[in-house]
Design a protein around this ligand. Sequence first.
Ligand code: ZN
Length: 254
Amino acid sequence: MTGPVHTGRALVEVAPGVHVATSRVMATTSTVLVGPRGVLLVDPAWVPSELDALATTLDERDWRVVGGFATHAHHDHLLWHPRFGDVPRWASPRTAELARTERAALVEALGDGWPDELVDLMGRVEPAADIDEGIELVVHDGHAPGHTALWLAEQRVLVVGDMLSDREVPLPFWPDDLPAYLAGLDRLAPYVASAAVLVPGHGTPTHEPMARLDADRRYLDEVIAGRVPDDARLEDAENRSEYDHLVELVRTSG
Ligand SMILES: [Zn+2]
């Protein structure tokens, strides 16, 4: 990774035992779930200095990491740091498979400037169907095959990975698969409806999860209908180019 050195940002408790740090890069979130046996780290992100700073914060609070979880097989969600410890790291079976078979491309996507040690640790996840009582894994194929949300029933928190973001528009790409994305939203819908807090992989956690689901369904419905969505996210140039990609996908899958 080239460019400025980013420092880690503070952990914010968004629900009891659920702490979120937000990266300066693409507002990528790291979620720290504090349980009775220790900490489960979900998608710790993003640049090496921020991973290191997160480890320092955990040390300062005397929070021991007992496991990791990767929501999906994209490079910015498969990271780890030696200071988190040599503990089990899990993902859905499909995510774990892709982390292995797509490793060369994922390493490439990290870009330059990553210490070998962190490159080596990226994506070392093992398949799990279940990780902890109290955490339900909600697996679907929207955005990435085997994409997994974590549902914390007690706190009514949904850690949703790269879906339902206020920052990114829906990205049903690589592989381009709009039906899988729509099915993913349907799979998530009952959890979103029950959630008090939703934590997206990029952007801002919210106490109004349904508004995120409504926004993404509206966005997709509009594009499918051949209209330009009235969506504030399209003011961002990157999101506009993702919109163009989706228009093309809808056109060619006619
Ligand atoms: Zn992603």
